[in-house]
Each structure stands twice: as C-alpha cells, then as structure tokens.
Design a protein around this ligand. Structure first.
Ligand SMILES: Nc1ncnc2c1ncn2[C@@H]1O[C@H](COP(=O)(O)OP(=O)(O)O)[C@@H](O)[C@H]1O
Ligand SMILES: [Mg+2]
Ligand SMILES: [Zn+2]
Length: 232
C-alpha cells in the first residue's frame, strides 16, 4: 500500500498505518482498550463518570504535588504493564472528607482503563456485603476472585471491620493482591498516619511498595456550596 507503513503487533500481527502517523497503534489493540474503558465507565455511578485527573482543580501547592504524584503513578503503572513487570505499587490516600480522594482515585482508574488495564473500584459497603452466609457464598466468591485479580483495585474507604469474618475476607483480598504484586489504592478518612483503626496486616502490605498521601485541605463540597450560594 502506498503512503502506508507496515507494522507488527505482538498480539494481533501485521497492520498498516498512514505514513503521516507512523506511531499509530494497532487498531485491534486500540479497540480492545476502548472496550475496557467503556465498560469501566458503565460500572461507575452516574455522578462519578466526569471525575478525572484533568478536572481536579489545584489551588494549593500540596494539591498540585498530590495531582503530580497521581499522574506519575499512572505513567509508571502503564510503563510497568508495557514492560511486563509486576505492577506492584500501591497508594493510600488519607485525610479529611471532601478533599478529592475518591475523585483522584477514580481519575487514576479512568486513565489506566483508557490504556486497557483492568481496573475496579469498590466501596466499603459493597465489600462488606460480600461477607455472606455459606449458602450464598458462590455468587460472592466470583466477585471476590475478580477483586483479587484485577490489575488495579480501589478500596473506598477502608473502615475498621467489626466482624472477624469480614476482616479476614478483606485481608485475604489485599494479601492475595500483594503476593501477586498487583496495585491497590486504598482510601481512608483517618487523619493520622499511624492508621490505628485499620488492620495492621493490611497497612503493612500497602506500605511495602506504597506511597501514603495526606489530603488535609479544605472540604471541596463545602467550598462549592458556599460558592453556589454567592453566585446563585
Ligand atoms: N480539587 C477538586 N477539584 C474539583 N473537584 C473536586 C476537588 N476536590 C473535590 N472535588 C469534588 O468534590 C466532591 C467531593 O470529593 P470526593 O472525591 O468525594 O472527596 P473525598 O473522597 O475526599 O471525601 C466530588 O464531587 C469531587 O468531584
Ligand atoms: Mg470519598
Ligand atoms: Zn494489537
């Protein structure tokens, strides 16, 4: 074909790209990534679909630094996936409510899903619902297996488990992911970095290959409400 370049995808074999766009990726890889992204968007609550790293507003230096870390994290996870290295690195967001922990965690997942990585976000409430009596276990077990295997998992928020069975189920998920060197992003509203409320076995695993980021600025929900009152 004139004006086109022949390239080879390790998964899909030969493909052609325009000479004007020699770096264009394999169309079948692109299609597969688009599907992963579309399915991830579908899994989100409607109010969460717009949250991204690009629309996180930074006012203070601390927010800017935090956003930079999140973007660098995406870059390093994608690079590790491309190099077939274990993803390994985790994040723990801690601090005040309304500071954008969920926003940034979902922003990270969206950016990774766009690159075709399997990602999932689960709330604490949804997680605890998986601790069911034995007769319902087989349905819950499917979800638990998926949570153990997905490349990047967000747990939003990590809360102290009161039931020993729930505590062990959640530990089991985090432990399996840690042993498989997958990436986990945990969120907690605890302010202090000692995380006394949480299972120390989970914190220790997140810490080994992880970065703990404090979110200590103003509650954005409050600021938005005040702004709306003034302008409304
Ligand atoms: N810096 C920010 N820029 C834009 N929107 C923000 C920012 N921080 C928070 N928000 C928005 O404020 C709301 C609360 O943020 P959220 O991520 O749920 O906070 P947290 O998880 O820390 O409690 C969400 O609607 C989120 O999109
Ligand atoms: Mg949140
Ligand atoms: Zn391909």
């Amino acid at each position: 074909m004139r004006d086109s370049i022949c390239k080879e995808c390790p998964t899909h074999g030969i493909y052609y790209v325009s000479a004007n766009d020699p770096d264009a990726e394999c169309p079948r890889c692109r299609e597969a990534k688009d599907l992963v992204y579309k399915n991830f968007l579908k899994s989100l609550a409607s109010g969460d679909t717009e949250k991204s790293l690009d629309n996180y507003i930074t006012i203070s230096e601390k927010q800017k630094k935090t956003l930079e870390v999140c973007k660098a994290y995406v870059g390093s996870i994608v690079q590790r996936r491309n190099n077939r290295e274990p993803l390994k690195f985790s994040l723990l967001f801690y601090g005040k409510p309304g500071t954008g922990k969920t926003h940034l965690a979902l922003g990270i997942l969206k950016a990774l899903a766009k690159e075709g990585l399997s990602v999932e976000s689960i709330t604490w409430g949804e997680l605890t619902c998986l601790d069911v009596p034995l007769q319902y276990k087989s349905v819950a077990e499917k979800t638990i297996t998926r949570l153990k295997k997905v490349s990047v998992l967000v747990i939003d928020d990590l809360v102290r488990a009161t039931m020993p069975t729930t505590k062990n189920m959640i530990f089991d998920i985090v432990d399996r992911r840690h042993r498989d060197q997958l990436a986990t992003i945990a969120i907690t509203n605890e302010y202090e970095k000692h995380f006394m409320k949480h299972d120390p076995r989970i914190i220790s695993r997140l810490e080994e290959y992880g970065f703990f980021l404090p979110f200590m600025w103003e509650d954005y929900r409050k600021m938005r409400k005040q702004l709306n009152k003034k302008t409304g």
